[in-house]
Every structure is written in structure tokens, then in C-alpha cells.
Design a protein around this ligand. Structure first.
Ligand SMILES: *Cc1c(COP(=O)(O)O)cnc(C)c1O
Length: 391
């Protein structure tokens, strides 16, 4: 074994002392509300499988079928020879669903955001972002070597002030639904602001697509936006779609541009064609009556959870989505709460800085259509027990 450099040990020790060390946990079965690890069964409330599609029999069947017909590996980037029929079919179906001219697939949401922002921003095309945007959106600006400025969370006046201070227009970027808070960005107003000042609006709707809006069309539908008022929409498949990968929806011209200049699109292997096939099946489910029923079930769970929690000594956040955080504050306390829940049979990983601002460590409770009513009762009873004893 080579010697570990001392700065590696030092960084690890620092994280450990601050209760910030992160580690993986190995699940012994599929992603469902019934998680087994270390030989114990838990009810899980921290996955992003909001509609319960990750282990859906239709998706499993579709993955098998696509693999039989098109194989497992893409074999190359989209531009060399890795763009197969299932990729094209998925792109076209997504474009139809959302009302855009073109959709481009990416291997992950992280890469879609790096790709789009690094291609569009530059030294003289700054990036303005919400303070609570996802890390991948911030990293996109770093990759672009573009000026990155951040406005107050969800605050259009703050965004306007920021834009007015910058000499040249650039890219205005926001999450649709914020990943750690669950609230919706003021998209309609941001869209007007961008149009007024000649900035390009880009929205990452990882947590909205599939879950909210008519037909599950996401934040865009909630805020009555379209391809004109929202020129670049990024979506991901790792959450409500239950698979993996991501896409950017935009115009023909912009897609042609990104095809040349988005390096995380050009220099990477296309997603597996089998995953593309399964993702198309997920999209059809999301659009179907079953998808609608799953969204309604999820909405019921959210309403029940918020009703129960409103009777407890905690501050609920302004979220009507599957993401229902309980802010605890100190990281060490958040871990204690998470451990106490675990001893009752509930799994909800504490989310700590730097994922969330210092002093706002939290339980990021996520609900899914695959939870039962009994699961919700169990969760709320357990929270009642743990949170009241914390007082
Ligand atoms: C999860 C997430 C991503 C990253 O998507 P992956 O496909 O998991 O890489 C990007 N943006 C937001 C807002 C997310 O929540």
C-alpha cells in the first residue's frame, strides 16, 4: 500500500470532527421504500424515486427488450456512431411532450448542466444563478471560466439588481424545484426578467418533471411557460423517471450549437440504448392514466405529511412537492435525529454542508407514490416521537 499523503488524512479528519464525513451504504435489494442494509429492514424516505418507477415491472421488461434488440453498450459518443434508434425515439418523444423543437440526451444531469452552461457562458457572457442552485449548475460556470454571480434565493428583485449591474447579458439559471428545499422558483417572473434584459433563461427541472403539472410536464407547465419563454430546459431521468441520464430541450439552432460546443456531450459515450428504451417506457407511463394516479397518490402523501407535521414543534418549509425538508441546524444534531429514526426503522440520511448552507443541516424527507398510507403514518408517528423528545 502506498503512503497516504498527509493532506488527505488531514482533510478527512477535519470532516470527521465537524460531523461532515460522508460514506456510502450498500442496499441489498432494489430501490423501493423497503430498504435492506446491514441485515436490517427499513422504511426509506430519502430516495428521489418519486413515482416508484425505479423497480417498476414495465421498465424492467422494457430494459430487457431494448437490450435484446439494441444491446447494452452505446459503443461510442452520439456523434461518432453511438446514437441508436432508441436514443432518437426518446429524444423525439420528449420534444413532443414538452413542446420543443429538439431534445439532446446526456449521460447524467450533472453532465447536461456542465455541457449546456460551459457551451453558452464565457468571459463576456456571465452566469447569474439562484443562491440555492444545484452544484452541477455552479460547476458549469466554473468549467466555462465565466463570471458567476448569485442572487438571493427565489428573489426576482435581487436577480434584477444583479443583472442590471453586469455589463453584458448572459445566462440566467435556476432550478425549477429546488433540490434541498422543495420549493418552486418564480419561473414566470424570471422569464419576463430575462426577456426584458436580453438574457437567456435556463431551468433545471430535475425534481419537477414527471411529478408536477398537467401530464407531469413539470415546473414549466405549473408556470405556463413554453419553448419561447423558456429557451433551455434541462431534465433528468434519475428521479421521477426511475432510470438514469438526462436531456436538454431547446430550439433547432441551439441544439446544433450545443452539438458542436458542449464538450460533455461531444467527448463522452452515449447512454446505454437499453436505458434509453426503458426511459421511453417511463415517459409513456408518466403520460398515462397510471402516471396520473401515481402523481395523485404522491400529492395525497404530501398533504397528509404536512398536516401531521403542522402539529409538531418544527418549522415546515414552503414546499408542496415530494421534497419535505425538516431543518435541524447543527450537523451533529441532524445526525442524532437521523440515527434515532433509524433505531425506529426509518431511513432518512441527514443532509449536511456543503450540500446545504452551514447551520441548516436537515432531514431531507422525500415521499414517493410507492409509499403506502401505512408507511406515511409510521413516518409521522416516528417523527413525532423523535422530534418532541428533542425539545
Ligand atoms: C440530481 C440533480 C442533478 C444531477 O442529475 P444526475 O442525473 O443525477 O447527474 C442536476 N440538477 C438537479 C437540480 C438535481 O437535483
Amino acid at each position: 500500500m502506498p503512503n497516504t499523503p498527509p493532506w488527505v488524512e488531514a482533510a478527512l479528519n477535519e470532516r470527521r470532527q465537524q460531523s461532515l464525513l460522508r460514506q456510502t451504504v450498500t442496499l441489498e435489494g432494489p430501490q423501493t421504500p423497503n430498504a435492506t442494509f446491514a441485515n436490517h429492514q427499513y422504511k426509506a424516505f430519502c430516495s428521489n424515486d418519486y413515482l416508484g418507477l425505479a423497480n417498476h415491472p414495465e421498465l424492467i421488461r422494457s430494459l430487457h427488450e431494448s437490450a435484446h434488440q439494441y444491446g447494452v453498450g452505446g459503443g461510442s459518443s452520439h456523434l461518432v456512431c453511438g446514437h441508436l434508434a432508441p436514443h432518437q425515439a426518446l429524444e423525439e418523444a420528449l420534444a413532443d411532450w414538452l413542446g420543443y423543437e429538439r431534445v439532446m440526451l446526456f449521460s447524467t444531469g450533472y453532465m447536461a448542466n456542465l455541457g449546456v452552461i460551459s457551451a453558452l457562458a464565457a468571459k463576456d457572457r456571465p452566469v447569474a444563478q439562484d443562491k440555492l442552485n444545484h452544484a452541477s449548475l455552479l460547476d458549469g460556470a466554473v468549467l466555462a471560466q465565466a463570471p458567476l454571480r448569485r442572487y438571493l434565493h427565489g428573489d426576482v428583485a435581487s436577480a434584477e439588481k444583479l443583472l442590471s449591474k453586469l455589463a453584458t447579458p448572459g445566462l440566467l439559471v435556476t432550478d425549477g424545484i429546488f433540490s434541498m428545499d422543495g420549493d418552486l422558483a418564480p419561473l414566470a417572473e424570471l422569464s419576463k426578467l430575462a426577456a426584458r434584459r436580453d438574457w437567456l433563461l435556463m431551468v433545471d427541472d430535475a425534481h419537477g418533471l414527471g411529478c408536477v403539472g398537467e401530464q407531469g410536464r413539470g415546473s414549466l407547465a405549473l408556470e405556463n411557460l413554453d419553448a419561447e419563454s423558456l429557451p433551455i430546459l434541462v431534465g433528468t431521468f434519475g428521479k421521477a423517471f426511475g432510470t438514469s441520464g438526462a436531456f436538454a430541450a431547446t430550439s433547432h439552432a441551439m441544439a446544433d450549437y450545443l452539438t458542436q460546443f458542449a464538450r460533455p456531450y461531444v467527448y463522452t459515450t452515449a447512454m446505454s440504448p437499453a436505458i434509453a428504451g426503458a426511459t421511453l417506457t417511463a415517459l409513456k407511463l408518466i403520460q398515462s392514466a397510471e402516471g396520473q394516479a401515481r402523481r395523485e397518490k404522491l400529492a395525497q402523501h404530501i398533504a397528509y405529511f404536512r398536516h401531521r407535521l403542522s402539529q409538531l414543534p418544527v418549522k415546515l418549509m414552503a414546499s408542496n412537492t415530494a421534497i419535505q425538508p425538516i431543518v435541524i441546524g447543527e450537523s451533529s444534531t441532524a445526525i442524532k435525529v437521523s440515527d434515532a429514526l433509524k433505531s425506529l426503522g426509518i431511513w432518512c440520511t441527514a443532509i449536511r454542508p456543503p450540500t446545504v448552507p452551514v447551520g441548516s443541516a436537515r432531514l431531507r424527507i422525500t415521499l414517493s407514490a410507492s409509499h403506502t398510507d401505512d408507511d406515511l403514518v409510521f413516518l409521522c408517528d416516528s417523527l413525532e416521537c423523535v422530534l418532541t423528545s428533542l425539545q
